[in-house]
Each structure stands twice: as C-alpha cells, then as structure tokens.
Design a protein. Structure first.
Length: 372
C-alpha cells in the first residue's frame, strides 16, 4: 500500500486543528524514507511563542508501551512468567486469592479486575473519571505532591473490584501498571526509570526521551493547557507537574520523532523478540477511561479505518497535554501527534462530553496522516 506523503494536505490538516481551538500541536508523519514534520499554533498563549515539531512533550500513557516492552524482555530471559500469578512476586501488594488469580499478563492487558486508584488518590475529584461530579481544584492542590506508588497501589487493590481476573471486557486501570513497575524493580534490582532507560529508550536510540523524576520538562517544550471540560476558563498551564501520581505508567517525556523511532524499532524486532511482539499484538476487549470498549494487547492497541490497513500504537494524556503514536503493521507508515490542550469538550447536564470542532479536525488529521 503506497500513499505518498502530501505535505500540503498535512500542513492544512494541522492548521485546521489549531483553527478549531487547539492552542498548538505538532506532528511527524513518515512513509518509508519520506518524512513530513509540521506544527501549528503557539506554545505559550501569553507570549505567542510558536510550537515547533522538535519540542519535547509529556506523552502520558504511551509510556505503557515502553513499560510493557521492558516486562516482556524480562519474560524472555526467564525472570518473569507472563502467566505467573502476581501474588508469587508481590504477595504483600496483592495478597490472598486475588494475588493467585491475577497474572502478569492480566496486568499488562488490563483484565486484572483491579480498580483505578485515581478516585482514591484524588478524593476531591470525587468519582474520577465520572466527569459530571469532578472538580479541578485538586489538580492545583497536588501540582507538587510526591505520591508513594505503594500507597497508590494499595488504594487501587483495596477498592471495589471492577471485574474478575481474566474476565472480559477488562477495565483500563493505572493500578495495573504501577504493579508492573514494582515487579520490574524487584526482578532487575534497579529503579524502573533506570531499567527502562537502559533497556528500552537507549536500545531504540532515542535522544530526547526520558522518564522524569521531578516536576519539570527540560529543553524546548510547550506549556500544557488544561480546560477540565470548561471548568478551568481560561485553561491553565500544567506543564510543571510532579508525575509521581502515575510514575512509569504515564510520565514519559518524548518528541514526535522519538516516538516514531521507538515504534519503528519495536515492530522491527529490535526491542523485544518476534514472539513477544506477537504476544503484545494479541488483543482482548477493554473498557477505556473514556468508557469506550477497545481492543487492547500487551501495551499496544490497534487502530483501523474502514477497509484500511491496521495500525498499532498507543495514545496518552496528562493534565494539559496529549499525544498519539501509531505505526502500520508493515512498519512503513507512521504518525505521531502532540497537542497542548486537554478536555476541551464541555459537558451536558448528564456529564457527557459534548462534540467540539477540535474532535473532527483531529480525526481529519489522523486520516490524512495514516491513509493519505
């Protein structure tokens, strides 16, 4: 399938997202040796400083693909059993029957039945992500809070279960990946940040990607504007934020170029073996944090347009920022996009996000980028 890059169409598509209300966005699209990079809008709404395609950015849950790949490496060397109960590794964190029923695989593909810890870590957000009753104040209150991952895990494990171990559809939960981080640290004898950096980030040859240990983004970057469904008006910058509330499940900082390079290396078998990659691409139905049922593998999910090729990748959001990185199954066509506004949709009386022109403009950009 050959759909040459149309630079003019891509330029127009990113500009349309900006005109629809996105302060700034930037992207890289690749087709074989052809590369297009583009940006539209501003990195700072006060100064008007423009965004550029080489800016570093918080990419949220795209981090999960990196963490999953690190776990699969340990499976390959025999340090972790993919279908071994997590209770055999971390009995104090997941004790009793659930520890024996929940396997490592169930954590990676979100079929553990463990609840999301966020409602219990941010009590003033009430039933996050039940958006109708949520409020933005705790985002400000916890800008510099240093959370203990073991405490967050306990909150998720002791919360009411959202499913039975191995049952489908699974429910997307950051509790799963915080447990995987603890597992990774136990078997490698180092921090997850150091291991993932050495075994995944450096192996992929990424120069502008890191797992931060503080609240700042180093190097050229955009401010990140959180609207919280119109409740923060005008949107507030949260580019400075302590990411210990998600740790190595969603704290990665990267660039669109590095994201494309990572997924290219992953599908080429340079990060994990072909057998492990096949495991990553075996999907089950999972309910996303937006309440939609998606197909989800081991840190990867597919995206497919009507009658079009399958792409593999991941998306992610943080307070104020979002990103999506996808690669076609044959490894040829790639897209990575970063945006500097989140939760731009206002809510109706039932608490449901309402359509916004940004939604359609982003969908159009994705179509042009992925399918030409």
């Amino acid at each position: 399938m050959k759909n040459p890059l149309d630079g003019a169409a891509l330029d127009a598509a990113v500009e349309n997202v900006h005109r629809a209300g996105m302060p700034g966005l930037f992207a890289e699209v690749r087709d074989g040796d052809e590369v297009w990079r583009g940006a539209a809008g501003v990195a700072d709404v006060v100064t008007g400083h423009p965004v550029t395609a080489d800016m570093r950015h918080r990419v949220g849950s795209i981090t999960k693909t990196f963490t999953a790949a690190a776990i699969l490496q340990q499976v390959e060397c025999g340090a972790i059993g993919l279908d071994t109960p997590i209770g055999q590794y971390l009995p104090k964190l997941v004790p009793g029957e659930r520890g024996e029923a929940i396997t490592v695989r169930m954590l990676i593909n979100h079929t553990s039945g463990l609840a999301e810890y966020l409602p219990y870590a941010y009590p003033s957000l009430k039933a996050f992500p039940d958006l109708a009753d949520a409020g933005p104040q705790s985002l400000e209150d916890h800008r510099f809070t240093r959370f203990d991952p073991v405490d967050l895990i306990e909150r998720g494990v002791t919360a009411p279960a959202v499913g039975t171990p191995g049952g489908t559809p699974g429910v997307y939960s950051n509790t799963n990946y915080l447990l995987l981080v603890q597992l990774l640290e136990q078997v490698t004898g180092t921090t997850a940040e150091r291991y993932i950096t050495r075994a995944v980030i450096e192996r992929a040859g990424l120069r502008d990607t890191e797992l931060p240990t503080g609240p700042y983004v180093d190097g050229p970057h955009s401010k990140l504007y959180e609207a919280w469904f119109g409740m923060i008006d005008p949107p507030r910058d949260y580019s400075v934020y302590d990411m210990s509330w998600v740790g190595p499940s969603a704290s990665l900082i990267s660039t669109v170029t590095d994201l494309n390079q990572f997924f290219r290396a992953l599908l080429a078998g340079k990060i994990v073996s072909a057998t492990s990659l096949a495991q990553m691409q075996h999907t089950v139905p999972v309910v996303s944090q937006e309440g939609k049922t998606i197909d989800y593998g081991l840190g990867l999910h597919p995206m497919q347009g009507p009658g079009q090729a399958i792409f593999w990748g991941h998306g992610g959001t943080v307070w104020g920022g979002g990103a999506l990185a996808m690669i076609r199954a044959d490894g040829r066509r790639q897209m990575s996009v970063a945006v500097n506004l989140q939760r731009w949709n206002r809510l109706d009386s039932a608490g449901r996000p309402q359509p916004h022109p940004i939604d359609d403009a982003l969908a159009a950009l994705f179509r042009v980028a992925m399918y030409g």
